[in-house]
Write a protein that binds this ligand. Sequence first.
Ligand code: IPM
Ligand code: MG
Length: 363
Amino acid sequence: MEFDIAVLAGDGIGPEVIAEAVKVLKAVGENYGHIFHLRQGLIGGIAIDTLGTALSEETVNMCKQCDAILLGALGGPKWDDPKAKVHPEDGLLDIRKKCKLFANLRPVKVLPMLSNSTNLKPEVIRGVDLIVIRELTGGLYYGQPKKQWRNSEGRQGVDTMAYSEAEIERIVRVGFELARTRAKKLTSVDKANVLQSSRLWRQIATEISADYPDVELEHMLVDACAMRFIQHPTEFDVLVTENTFGDILTDEASMLAGSMGMLPSASLAGIPKGRAFGLYEPIHGSAPRRAGQNLANPIATISSVAMMLRYSFELDVEAQAIENAVIAVLEEDYRTYDIMAEGKIKVGTREMGDLIAQRIKCQ
Ligand code: IPM
Ligand code: MG
């Protein structure tokens, strides 16, 4: 089969991890007889430097013409001036919104051979296999008003956490549908003891649950959830939550899996089924201090390619082949710096990509 993929490498370690993901994608193409047409586009800081905007209209149109988007990472100190009119991150928020990718799936799996690579006790994290569904096009990231100004009391800043019934319903339904395919348990995370948008969220989640009698719904406050992630992470299966809560909780959850460099994500415009457009990116940032040194862990981006094959192309066997290859390489003790442990073999970004691509060709 043939597929068009928009590749937005971005800044910092973005281009390095994308190069390895593309290497793996090519290995899949060669091995399984698919053609992936890659179309490069600019996003983030590099787009600001070249085009004066974090995401151009042409790039958006190019992305929309493709079957999926593969994205690296964006941002860096060069563009961090709080007074700047445009920030690299605007490009990411824009592409998510313009493609209506409201459902961000972030699976967190603790691989047995990495349960010693974290700061947490192996017996606490062993067996963790959960998925956070983060609402991606609403909440604090987009709500209006959102601005800074000055008045007689000095400088002021405001962001708004706003959700409509329709926005909550569609993301909660994604949660229930996914829960149905797994352990039939859904944890809806909010801050309903304080926030109005959360009270509405909780009410709607409860109402929708009537359509899913086979799924057990549990409500949890976000602060308690942050604690439970460390205390009893194996209790969770599918979680659904607001944009900012999901952002914070998944960075926390990455520490269960060993590193931010391990967690992939898929951003979709609906309940995953059939061949659907999506954006695939690691959950980590551009790690400017690690850039250009062949250090970064490309596994999160490579695993995002696996999610792309599964959710956008319906290539389940090929997706599994990538996941198997990642596991095989880790079982052979190869580690990038972020998941390095005593007695393991340290490799760089390119070597990790080569190893995984080779394992795909062997399957
Ligand atoms: C993420 C990142 C982004 C976000 C940043 C880079 C804007 O942290 O994908 O989790 O906050 O959504
Ligand atoms: Mg984040």
